[in-house]
Write a protein that binds this ligand. Structure first.
Ligand code: NAD
Ligand code: MG
Length: 391
């Protein structure tokens, strides 16, 4: 029986994970659940899954969580704050950690799980974009394993021989990440001036949290995924291609030197990737319907439009710059997306803001996690200054 901690249990990835756990009670148990500020939603999950520990990220809500768990007659412990997440990730209550918090807030618990040698199911792509090699180092030291949950990386993992081998020795020519193109595929920059948060969050193929939905609309999500693929699989920027594939049925591909291209296909439902990562190396039923290829008929592919969707170009630029440029990119993007969602920043101004912050803070070499967190803070401050001067 695997004991699973789900950080970000109330979110989109969290609910898909719990759906699979509920279907396989003989294999998996949700032993730790966390949420940011949604006490009632977290307590409802505790009533259903009876974990040992519930964590609320906002320390001000610990008392309310404890009282509501008690009132519900649950024996589940309550804890709060980022340090409780880190401790639980490394602690004895779980052997598997699903990193499904959104944004840099997930970094601490992801690193803690890696250091402690847990099986790390990585959905929180921002944490590997920020910490890159340091996360992999922590993983090596801990001796655990990382299974990618992001559908593209999960697809590539499935198409590589034996997980995450050195690409050169496996005859891999390049990795091909597919992108749906988001809700504004085919539009030009001047057609995107009045985009609202609700329009940006209406993804044509995937139902996801609001931050990643905006990232998908700007193509920053694909940019973060290029950086994630670089770290996870050791591919250089030149070995990673992005192709727009609006049907979102091919989740990514691996191109080999002998001319073979291996692809992983499936309906766009995150339960496939999550179920694969939970059960690996076995496979389990996830209730995702099988593909009906004759009904689908055709698959389409096109080049990404890097002029309209400049965030993807900026991500490649940061990856090529090296050092902590991707940490700066991520922090500036988090500030820009939040400002866009709050109605403070126009959709087209998201790449402008990221670009200005990247220019203001030239890359430095990566030393350790605390110094990366300092740079993350500096980039957020710079982004807020730019925001204040433009609004
Ligand atoms: P979501 O917004 O639906 O859920 C986020 C979860 O994190 C919630 O449980 C929330 O309470 C928690 N959270 C938010 N801020 C927090 C904070 N400051 N501290 C602690 N907890 C916090 O997001 P999501 O769509 O489930 O995405 C989660 C992560 O998975 C993101 O990094 C995203 O890029 C990645 N991802 C998501 C999908 C998808 O289909 N949704 C696919 C691939 C990767
Ligand atoms: Mg993805």
């Amino acid at each position: 029986m695997k004991q699973i901690a789900i950080f970000g249990a109330t979110g989109s990835i969290g609910s898909s994970t719990l759906d699979i756990i509920a279907r396989h009670p003989e294999r998996f148990r949700a032993s730790v659940l966390s949420a940011n500020r949604q006490v009632d939603a977290l307590v409802a999950l505790c009533q259903r899954f009876e974990p040992d520990l519930a964590i609320i990220a906002d320390p001000a809500l610990e008392g309310e969580l404890a009282a509501k768990l008690k009132a519900a007659g649950l024996r589940c412990e309550a804890a709060a704050g980022p340090s409780a997440l880190d401790q639980a990730a490394a602690g004895p209550l779980c052997d598997t950690v699903v990193a499904a918090i959104v944004g840099a807030a997930g970094l601490g618990s992801t690193i803690a799980a890696a250091r402690a040698g847990k099986r790390l199911l990585l959905a929180n792509k921002e944490s590997i974009v920020i910490s890159g090699e340091l996360l992999l180092q922590a993983l090596n030291e801990g001796g655990g394993e990382l299974l990618p949950v992001d559908s593209e990386h999960n697809a590539i993992f499935q198409c590589l021989p034996g997980g995450r081998p050195p690409l050169a020795r496996s005859g891999v020519r390049r990795l091909i990440l597919t992108a749906s193109g988001g809700p504004f595929r085919g539009r030009k920059r001047d057609e995107l001036t009045t985009i609202t948060p609700d329009q940006a969050c209406k993804h044509p193929k995937w139902s996801m949290g609001r931050k990643i939905s905006v990232d998908s609309a700007t193509l920053m999500n694909k940019g973060l995924e290029v950086i994630e693929a670089h770290h996870l699989f050791g591919a250089s920027a030149d070995q990673i291609d992005v192709v727009v594939h609006p049907e979102s049925l091919i989740h990514s591909m691996v191109d080999y030197v002998d001319g073979s291209v291996l692809a992983q296909l499936g309906n766009p439902d995150m339960r496939t990737a999550i179920g694969y990562a939970l059960a690996w190396p076995e496979r389990i039923d996830t209730a995702v319907p099988t593909l009906d290829l004759p009904a689908i008929g055709k698959l389409h592919f096109e080049e990404p439009d890097l002029e309209t969707f400049r965030c993807l170009a900026l991500a490649f630029q940061a990856l090529r710059a090296g050092g902590d440029a991707t940490t700066i990119l991520n922090a500036a993007n988090e500030v820009a997306v939040e400002a866009f969602l709050n109605g403070q920043l126009a959709f087209n101004a998201i790449p402008d803001l990221v670009e200005r912050v990247l220019a203001e803070l030239p890359q430095q070499s990566v030393v350790d996690i605390p110094s990366l967190m300092d740079r993350d803070r500096a980039a957020r401050e710079a982004a807020l200054r730019v925001l204040a001067s433009t609004c």
